[in-house]
Design a protein around this ligand. Structure first.
Ligand code: ATP
Length: 665
């Protein structure tokens, strides 16, 4: 077997790689180049998505999906974790209960597969409480294929047909070896054993059939298209499948009778990166083969019954695809990896009522999650510079394997699965808190692109189809909004007209009411005046009755009858009061008369004084006029003197001038 170290595929090796939009900027080797062709944005961040399981009950009671990114929790009164409850959680995107498998694939994984073909190493994790839908999301069912079968289908339909027998094999260290004929036969046999000879064989037909059903479902999905000539490139897809159970790593693709004890695999380190030693890698030439291998591994996966889910997986599974590009002519190669991790259920001991082995399993599972959470939290706290602090990756197998991805050298996305069931609320809170930590983790590190095959699939019809779809969606949204705006403007106009009419109506009604009120009060006043007049008249009559003692009792009765008729509301008893009041009024009247008499005397005195004053004033005026006249005469006399003097002075001046001229002459 020929080991081909230090011969990574790069620009000069493959002419077809150099003519695309990325030019010759192809990284050489695994060392951390900043050139990445990954299509995703915010590469240096863990993308955390949320998928809410579809259940019979309505989710609104406990959760509110406000928008594509925001989830609000509404804790029930009996929630245990009330105290440290964070209510709002943000995600890269939320998929509600109605989202289907295809939505998740198209939004999250499709572009990752393209990145993978273009040279990125990608990681996708599912995390959540048992029975929240992790395995459903990542593997799916025959009717509802999950992310791995869809990714396989998309990958193999994008790549050109692969050779029956591989030429090159990837090593665990990220390099490749050229296979001799006998080695090619070994690899072919390994594939054959798993697919046809193993005990799994009895399920094979079923899985092939299942995959056919899936393929039919996925056959309409668009895929990327390769335009460039790839004839001098050899391609190969290899799969491996490992399980971390109770902090031990097992190979799920090793063919061994079930009775035999499983061999634990160790972790090795190469250039600081962890890898699983001796992990089987199987060459697959089609998506169907890859799917059958996946099923083989799943079959071997350790399932254990817990009180939450009969098929609850008690281990983390790590399914890895390796895409090998090699150029035989120039001895160059490239290996890209795509790792799918289905993490074990994150439930607590109390909830599952686990005992014995189950308790130990739960402890190990929770330890690895605790370490994962701590690592992510420390990465987050390192503010993009994780090399400045010690991060405890080595405290669990999972974090060792994911170290490179967590440090940002590979792209990493996490799908958080939650079940909106009421009895899962407390457990789900732990998961959401974990997701919040992961979501905020940012690493100042660009993912490494092992090679650039972007040119190779530069004309990605499917991707442009997605873009077009998105653009069409956005356009229709814009149209919708414009229609809505037009509707609103029309509404406002109508409202304005309506408001004007309303205002006018209110004003008219107001005026009408005002006029009516005015009229009413005027009538009222008129009536009151009449009553007052009537009362005056009646009082006069009573006074007359009282004062005229010569009136006969008949007359008196007549007057009383007249008064009663006119004043039905005034009783006889109150008549006495009125008479008393009248006597008092008369007394007051007499006093007023005396006052008036006094005022009249004062007035005549005043008038006399005014008359005297006026006469004195007239005398004074006459005297003044005489004085003024005298003064005026005096003024006139003086003016005459002034005029005479002026005249004399002028004549004198003329004379002087003449005299002066005479003298001068
Ligand atoms: N979105 C969904 N729509 C319909 N059925 C779902 C959905 N999610 C999960 N299920 C169903 O719920 C059950 C439990 O799901 P699943 O086995 O995927 O949970 P899990 O989180 O992987 O559990 P564990 O951690 O125990 O393995 C399965 O029967 C699955 O088909």
């Amino acid at each position: 077997m020929e080991r081909r170290a230090n011969s990574k595929l790069h620009a000069c090796d493959l002419s077809i790689l150099t003519c695309g939009p990325y030019g010759n900027n192809i990284p050489n080797g695994v060392q951390h180049s900043s050139s990445s062709t990954c299509i995703e944005q915010n590469k240096n961040q863990i993308h955390v998505y949320l998928r809410v399981k579809k259940i019979d009950a309505a989710i609104e009671e406990l959760y509110d999906i406000c928008d594509d990114n925001t989830l609000i929790c509404k804790p029930p009164a009996d929630a245990h974790c009330m105290r440290r409850l964070k209510k709002v959680f943000k995600f890269s995107k939320i998929f509600g209960p109605d989202a289907n498998q295809s939505d998740i694939f198209n939004n999250i994984v499709k572009r990752k597969v393209l990145s993978f073909i273009n040279g990125s190493n990608c990681n996708l994790l599912t995390y959540g409480v048992s029975a929240s839908g992790k395995t459903y999301t990542i593997v799916g069912t025959p009717d509802q294929p999950g992310l791995i079968p869809r990714a396989l289908e998309y990958l193999f339909r994008t790549l050109p047909p692969l050779p029956e027998v591989p030429h090159v094999k990837p090593t665990a260290l990220g390099e490749t070896i050229y296979l001799s004929d006998s080695q090619k036969q070994v690899e072919k046999d390994a594939n054959h054993v798993l697919l046809t000879i193993s005990a799994f064989n009895s399920y094979r037909k079923q899985h092939i059939q299942t995959y056919r059903v899936m393929q039919e479902r996925l056959s309409d999905e668009p895929v990327a298209e390769i335009l460039s000539d790839a004839t001098n490139i050899s391609l190969g897809v290899w799969v491996s499948f490992a399980e971390i159970y109770n902090e031990c790593i097992y190979d799920l693709l090793i063919f061994k009778p079930t009775a035999q004890k499983r061999k634990r695999l160790a972790l090795g380190y190469y250039k600081g990166d962890a890898y699983i030693k001796d992990l089987t890698s199987i060459y697959v030439k089609s998506s169907s083969q890859a799917y059958q291998i996946l099923q083989y591994g799943l079959h071997k996966l350790k399932y254990a019954a817990t009180s939450l889910n009969d098929h609850s997986s008690r281990s983390h599974f790590i399914f890895t695809l390796k895409l090998v590009f090699s150029s035989s002519a120039q001895e160059a190669y490239s290996v890209n990896t795509f790792t799918f991790c289905d993490l074990a259920g994150s439930e607590r001991f109390k909830k599952t009522q686990n005992l014995g082995i189950r308790l130990n399993e739960s402890a190990k599972i929770n330890t690895s999650f605790a370490v994962l959470g701590r690592c992510i939290e420390l990465i987050r706290k390192s503010k993009g510079c994780p090399s400045s602090i010690v991060i405890p990756f080595r405290e669990s197998k999972l974090t060792q394997i994911l170290q490179k991805a967590l440090l940002g050298y590979e792209t990493i996305s996490m799908i958080i699965n939650i079940s909106p069931a009421k009895d899962m609320f407390d457990e789900t809170q732990h998961v959401l808190h974990f997701s919040a930590i992961a979501k905020d983790a940012k690493i100042d590190q660009q993912p490494i692109a092992t090679t650039t095959f972007s040119d190779y699939i530069e004309n990605d019809n499917s991707f442009s189809a997605i873009m077009l779809e998105e653009e069409a969606l956005q356009n229709s949204r814009i149209d919708e909004l414009e229609t809505r705006i037009a509707e609103l403007i029309e509404n406002i106009e109508q409202q304005k007209v309506h408001n004007k009419e309303e205002r006018e109506y209110i004003m008219a009604t107001y005026k009408k009411h005002l006029a009516a009120a005015h009229e009413y009060w005027e009538n009222r006043c008129r009536k009151l005046e009449q009553i007052v007049d009537m009362n005056r008249l009646d009082r006069k009559k009573i006074t007359t009755i009282n004062l005229d003692s010569s009136l006969s009792s008949d007359e008196e009765n007549k007057n009383q009858a007249y008064f009663d008729k006119k004043n039905p509301n005034i009783s006889r008893s109150s008549l006495a009061d009125l008479q008393g009041e009248l006597v008092e009024l008369k007394r007051q009247h007499r006093m007023k008369d005396a006052e008036i008499d006094q005022l009249l005397i004062d007035k005549s005195d005043l008038e006399k004084a005014i008359k005297d004053t006026k006469a004195a004033h007239a005398n004074l005026e006459m005297e003044c006029k005489a004085v003024i006249k005298n003064l005026q005469n005096e003024v006139d006399n003086r003016q005459n003197i002034i005029n005479t003097l002026s005249f004399t002075y002028e004549n004198y001046s003329i004379w002087v001038d003449d005299e002066y001229e005479q003298i001068l002459k």
